[in-house]
Design a protein around this ligand. Structure first.
Ligand SMILES: Cc1cc2nc3c(=O)[nH]c(=O)nc-3n(C[C@H](O)[C@H](O)[C@H](O)COP(=O)(O)OP(=O)(O)OC[C@H]3O[C@@H](n4cnc5c(N)ncnc54)[C@H](O)[C@@H]3O)c2cc1C
Length: 402
């Protein structure tokens, strides 16, 4: 049995990011995915400024630029309040992250990620290979079992999404209802009135979730609803999607002449980041949705998948250098917690409670609408072009936000 420095299950954003980071540090990697690429991933396809910066470093944006039809830049965010007020913010080029934001169909994005992986001599990529579990020896994985045989690595990364078979075997799948979101989306053609802004509608029956219309090319849009299981019964997802598309004033007017593309209406869970619980066991690390890293207020997951993949690679590279695989999880925990815990998850969960109150959301939006600079700041934060803590600047009425 050939042995690798790392075996990675799942070649989405988390798995590809981890594989590329490890390969750049000179490690031999085996990357496995059950799908054949290009493959679909149910998503809103919103790729924020901070994700774009990571994709740029990985050489993926260069490949995407060769497929211009897949790159739909958005330069603004439109917010619709529970009472129907429309607030238009622009995404500024002087945001902290200085990136552009795009709607990129996941079929194209993930195909380009995999293309970059295939370019790398020290990564072996096997698609059409279903990972079924691990053979454990004490606390450590001795090998990864798959439909193509068993493979062993000094370290294993589970980056195989919200239903990760590895996380399930280790009893580490996040099943806490308070830390789950669900979303349903479909593609629509012949959509009238699309601009270069993403549209987020805070219908009071979905709060603190929202409905979205994301422009993705000529009269085409990714349309969906995002709910938080803690506040809204997940079984109402389809009903709320239909209400959004057919009855909610703002969206139904826009989608009046639009056609839902057949077979595109699908739903999938979003496992939110949290504080308790370790993201792994022994020499096994969980990255991306397998490790539950999604932003609990916006539902953004691509950035956290890419970044947790990088942190997993960094932790692995550090411990392999000193032949100390047993320390990999501790190092990984330090890295991801350092960036995400208090900056993303703590304010995210706190904000959920405010956003669950339609009076608060209405008042906040009315206040934001009073100055263009406030609306721009909100758009920048949602596009992950500025840090979330910058929102506090909104609370000071005399502060000039730019
Ligand atoms: C409807 C919806 C809308 C969303 N919108 C956005 C958005 O606009 N912007 C954003 O940033 N995030 C969004 N998200 C979240 C985002 O899609 C995820 O957080 C992100 O895809 C996580 O990446 P990942 O690499 O961890 O997992 P995935 O992208 O799920 O990739 C996992 C990979 O593992 C493979 N795999 C699974 N099981 C096995 C197995 N047994 N063996 C081998 N391989 C396996 C799969 O084939 C897949 O390639 C949305 C999510 C949903 C559900």
């Amino acid at each position: 049995m050939k042995s690798y420095d790392a075996v990675i299950s799942g070649a989405g954003p988390a798995g590809c990011s981890a594989a590329l980071s490890l390969a750049r540090k000179g490690h031999r990697v085996l990357l496995l995915d059950k799908a054949r690429f290009p493959r679909e991933k149910i998503c809103g396809d919103g790729v924020t400024a901070s994700s774009v910066l990571l994709l740029e470093e990985m050489g993926v944006m260069e490949l995407l630029r060769q497929r211009p039809e897949s790159l739909n830049a958005f330069r603004g965010a439109t917010f619709v309040s529970p009472g129907g007020m429309v607030v238009q913010g622009r995404i500024m080029q002087n945001g902290n992250m200085k990136g552009s934001s795009y709607i990129i169909p996941r079929t194209a994005l993930d195909d380009c990620l995999v293309s970059r992986v295939k370019d790398h001599a020290s990564i072996t990529f096997l698609d059409n290979t279903n990972v079924t579990g691990l053979i454990l020896e004490g606390d450590c994985a001795r090998s990864v079992t798959t439909s193509a045989g068993d493979f062993s690595g000094r370290v294993v990364i589970a980056a195989d999404g919200a239903y990760s078979p590895i996380a399930r075997q280790l009893n580490l799948l996040n099943r806490n209802k308070n830390q789950q979101g669900f979303a349903m989306r479909a593609w629509f053609s012949d959509v009238d009135g699309l601009t270069d802004s993403i549209e987020l509608c805070y219908d009071k029956v979905m709060l603190p979730g929202y409905g979205w219309i994301f422009p993705a090319g000529k009269q085409r849009a990714n349309v969906g609803v995002f709910l938080l299981s803690r506040f809204t019964d997940q079984r109402t997802l389809k009903r709320l999607f239909e209400r959004f598309v057919n009855e909610y004033d703002y969206a139904s007017a826009k989608l009046k002449n639009a056609v839902m593309e057949p077979g595109t209406l699908k739903s999938w869970p979003l496992p939110f980041g949290s504080f308790p619980g370790r993201r792994g066991h022994g020499n096994i690390l969980l990255a991306g949705d397998a490790g539950s890293f999604v932003d609990p207020i916006t539902g953004e997951g691509i950035y956290y998948a890419l970044k947790s993949g990088q942190y997993a690679a960094e932790a692995i590279a550090q411990v392999l250098k000193r032949n100390d695989e047993a320390a990999v999880l501790t190092r990984y925990e330090e890295l991801w917690r350092g960036e995400f815990s208090t900056r993303v998850y703590l304010p995210g969960y706190a904000f959920q409670h405010f956003m669950n109150n339609s009076w608060f959301v209405e008042t906040f939006m009315r206040y934001t609408a009073k100055k263009q600079s406030r609306a721009d700041l909100l758009a920048d934060v949602v596009a992950h072009n500025r840090k979330r803590r910058d929102l506090f600047k909104l609370l000071n009425p005399f502060h000039k936000v730019y």
